[in-house]
Design a protein around this ligand. Structure first.
Ligand code: FAD
Ligand code: SF4
Ligand code: SF4
Length: 480
């Protein structure tokens, strides 16, 4: 084994420097700096090169983590990049925003009593070094193929598939109803987790590699799904999930109560320099407001931290379970607390108070009861625990469901699960319609970027096999 490894005994875990809370809430820039070369080599060198690397097993992409850590520790950065790029189409993005504490780093078994290797930060460092050195190139097909693939959705699942298919020489067109490429990477996730130029850089690479992007086209409205199927040899549906879950409580329809994604999109658009009337009018701007965010997932964490940056008067997060049982990343909760967010655990909204405009959330305290069939403790309301929290902006961040795709696409034969996600054959990623594949959140329900990338890659491989089988058929017949 390289003498550069196994340094966990002498070298402590160190994350890249994080900007102080006071400074970072002044802008929407990322809060973590990057490792310099020495820090990256030192931190990568802490890996003990496990014979059974649980980090790799629990990375949805099965990234070859031990090997690229070793190459980094030895300063062999171009090799580290090539290896990392073999399994991930956007390592610099996953390195920034994967919930590593629940995935690779959470499974790092360096040695009892020692903290995990900082895998995500090293992954980001590898690809940023590659960008600086010009090693990251657009997809370059060895040979062009005549067949075309239409991809609906320019989020991580669609982009990963586009990259893989273009590398194989297919003519790829990506359709999206947004005006910018990236899906939730561009309009959902705030800049303090993922700066937008990082997403735009991936868009530019794909466009330079010959992927065609048709933006501002809503499939099912501007172009029919049937036309898309007609125009391409195969179609990938990677449309994500966008129907916001609502709260069933009196007063929820009042002004000042807004869905999380409307709020985050307005903020992201503002940062990108767009005109955003609903922001300028104050409807979606938290400045000077008492803000209450309802929910405990990644979206809720992004809303509270956005509101802090917009100079809200106060920001409170209301979540019906406790800290240990929240779905959001613990790292993001800690960041939010440092930035001044107040968490009210075990609290749920009972009603919204006000005349036309909300002025307070009436909340109730919750007790966690016995686990249900899913193993999660069931929240139970504590009688006579009502209390009011002042609020003139309430943000609902309770999660997302799929839109009704069979109706939107005029394709009733498109089979969906009881949750509305697309049914696929997991061996092929094909839906109930021949030649129509699906990937990402529209299949899994609201999930993670890294799973979108994984699905996009798997779908691309299946689409390749499907098209090859179709085009092989006449040749085989001719040969008989
Ligand atoms: P999306 O990213 O949603 O992309 C779907 C695309 O399809 C969109 O661009 C949409 O405009 C387009 N589209 C939809 N319907 C049509 C149509 N009819 N015609 C044309 N185009 C259409 N994950 C993480 O791993 N880490 C995080 O920190 C994280 N933070 C998040 C924060 C927020 C606020 C949210 C909402 C999600 C977060 N996620 C995070 C989850 C992650 O963003 C998603 O799991 C991921 O983006 C899903 O990728 P996707 O390609 O399936 O869909
Ligand atoms: Fe970890 Fe995500 Fe990178 Fe996999 S893709 S190694 S889970 S940060
Ligand atoms: Fe290295 Fe940790 Fe992975 Fe083991 S689990 S190979 S120590 S990163």
């Amino acid at each position: 084994m390289s003498s550069k490894m196994l340094k966990f005994v002498t070298t402590d875990k160190k994350m890249p420097d994080k900007r102080g809370a006071e400074a970072r809430v002044q802008d929407f820039d990322e809060i973590y700096d990057e490792f310099d070369v020495t820090a990256a080599e030192d931190q990568a060198g802490r890996c003990s090169q496990c014979g059974v690397p649980f980090c790799q097993i629990n990375c949805p992409l099965h990234n070859n983590i031990p090997d690229w850590l070793m190459l980094t520790a030895e300063g062999r950065m171009e090799e580290a990049y090539r290896l990392s790029a073999q399994t991930n189409n956007m390592p610099e993005i996953c390195g920034r925003i994967c919930p590593q504490d629940r995935l690779c780093e959470g499974s790092c078994v360096i040695e009892k009593g020692f903290e995990s290797v900082t895998i995500g930060a090293v992954e980001k460092h590898i690809t940023e070094t590659a960008f600086e050195n010009g090693w990251v190139q657009p997809p370059q097909p060895v040979a062009e193929r005549p067949e075309s693939v239409g991809i609906i959705g320019a989020g991580p699942a669609g982009l990963a598939a586009a990259d893989m298919l273009r590398q194989r020489g297919y003519q790829v067109t990506v359709y999206d109803r947004y005006d910018r490429v990236g899906g939730l990477l561009i309009y959902g996730i705030p800049g303090f987790k993922l700066e937008k130029h990082v997403v735009q850089r991936r868009h530019d690479l794909l466009a330079d590699g010959g992927v065609t992007f048709r933006m501002n086209v809503d499939i099912g409205v501007d172009i029919s799904f049937a036309e898309i199927r007609e125009a391409h040899d195969a179609v990938l549906v990677a449309t994500g999930v966008y129907k916001a879950r609502d709260i069933n409580a009196p007063g929820v329809g009042m002004e000042g109560i807004v869905p999380a994604l409307d709020y985050l999109t307005a903020s992201n658009r503002k940062s990108l320099g767009d005109a955003v009337p609903d922001f300028d009018s104050g409807t979606l701007d938290a400045r000077g407001r008492d803000v209450v965010v309802i929910g405990g997932g990644d979206t809720a964490m992004d809303c509270v931290r956005t509101a802090i940056r917009q100079e809200a008067k106060s920001v409170t997060c209301l979540y019906r379970r406790d800290r240990a049982n929240m779905p959001g990343s613990q790292r993001e909760v800690a960041n939010a607390e440092e930035e001044g967010v107040v968490f009210k655990w075990l609290s749920a909204p009972q009603a919204f108070l006000g005349d036309n405009h909300v002025r307070a959330v009436q909340a109730q305290k919750i007790h966690l009861g016995q686990p249900d069939a899913t193993g999660r403790q069931v929240p139970q309301i504590i009688e006579d625990s009502s209390h009011d929290i002042p609020a003139d902006l309430v943000i609902k961040a309770l999660g997302f469901d799929p839109e009704d795709l069979p109706t939107m696409f005029g394709a009733p034969e498109l089979s969906v699960s009881k949750w509305g996600t697309l049914d696929i054959d997991w061996r092929t990623m094909m839906t109930s319609l021949p030649g129509v594949f699906a990937a990402g959140d529209i299949v899994r329900g609201a999930s993670l970027v890294v799973w979108g990338v994984r699905d996009g890659r798997d779908a691309a491989a299946s689409i390749d096999s499907y098209i090859m089988a179709q085009s092989d058929a006449p040749q085989a017949a001719a040969g008989v």
